[in-house]
Ligand binder design. Sequence first.
Ligand SMILES: [Zn+2]
Length: 581
Amino acid sequence: MSGKIPQSFIDDLLARVDIVDLIDARVTLKKTGANYSARCPFHSEKTPSFTVSREKQFYHCFGCGAHGTAIGFLMEHDRLGFVEAVEELAALCGLTIPRETAPAERVAPSHGLYELQLQVAGYYAEQLRRHPQRARAVDYLRQRGVSGEVAARYGLGYAPPGWDNLGERFETQALLEAGLLVEKDEGRRYDRFRDRIMFPIRDRRGRVVGFGGRVLDGSEPKYLNSPETAVFKKRREVYGLYELLKSPGKPPCILVVEGYMDVVALAQFGIPFAVAALGTAISAEHVELLFRYTSELVFCFDGDAAGHAAGWRAMEAALPHMRDGRQVRFLHVPQGHDPDTLVRAEGRDAFQERIHHATPLSDYFFKRLQSGLNLTEMEGRAGLVMRGRELLSKLPSGVFQQMMLTNLAQQGGVAQVEISAKSTTLITQAAPRQAPRRMVPSLVRRISELILRKPDLALDVDESVWAWLADSGDDECAFLQSLLEIVADNPHIQPAGLLERFRDSPHWAYAGSLSLPQDELPESLLSAGWGNEFADALQRLKEKIRRRRLDVLIAKMDGVGLTANERAEYLELTSSRSGGR
Ligand SMILES: [Zn+2]
């Protein structure tokens, strides 16, 4: 999709989303007075100086100066682009982003890929109901107990046998771009998926980004996937996440399995919180993505050697994301089974029980680390400590890392294992940003600051101030003027929405610095006083404007003299001296 995202949508989004919940899902927050605090995710620290205000919907770190709105947090923390951050929030709120499409603007090529794949998914689903040779596919799903309802939820389909089913129905170039047609050197083209059960892979917004196809017999490869395309990045997507997020309630954990059929079978048996990687190893990006939606991941692998190797790789990918409060556990299914066959054989409760008893990362880590080492020998213990220390240096510093190091020391028979400075540089080197300097705020600055906290105050600003701001050329005045204009057009705008309006403006840094908490008092106590302080500051500004204007008129009176209008203005200004206040 292309086109500009309307500002009004961003205002609305920021008014709906709660920054406290959003951040709490990533960094555990503690309530402190009117605000929430935590150790800062953007710099390394021992005591919490990161605060989140529910009232303003801002976060701010007193240690490193990081600050912003929910959008800014996602951009910094999840390393998303602006549009991605807005998409993420919209998905959380269940909103669709409307786009303002400029008439001249070209439609991004990706738009066509989503649309095409949606149509192809529809075609495959229809073949599962209609195609004369669909019997094996239908039997396959029936034998696995997959109901029509679950098949529909996952959009399951059937790619019929034959080399040119899609080519006859859809546009060739688009099919090639989506990887649904394979082109040979000699120019021969044919359907990538033939005689397979089809699993449409959807992104978190429900758009079909690719397909997985499973064979109906024992032939290899068991699963075939769409290649990476403009809209399909395997390291960033997982199968089943969209469907998981759509199912009601918060999942107790997210179960990561190997096959798409495992995801569907588990959902069929009442475990609708499994996802699968897309034919690749679990990546650090996958782990980070999933931890946005849960604080507990359970990796489920086959019990064979390949399964153990995959489990170890998943653990390595998870280590950098193991912040305190997050959990990772490992479940190895018995040899000869996969989650699909196991849940059918045992039923839901027994499988839940296995999830419940899955091995915690700490146990798994030490058990696997020791394998092949002889700990009765010094060499074996040294190997354990060296290997373990290197891996544990990838953990974020915190209670969990300390406990793991203590455990490693015990097992290695040494007094203490410390992470050397060299191995932790990556973690602690997030250089503290310069905190903005505090200046004695000018009146204009103070008024802007208060409007950023409580935008509707701007509605009290009268004509005389507007006119004066329009005349004075300085940056602070220009900023206040834009604040007044935005609030006049959007009287219900919230602080976070107001701040976001300046993201692409030259005032962005200034707006950000004004949004920082200036007082140590709790926001709620302060906010009661804001109205008074604002009225006061506004009155003083008006007085200043009045005096300046008087100075101009008096100077003119002494020189060329005043016009009739100016005389009237002079009288008006001198008579209002005692007014106000
Ligand atoms: Zn910080």
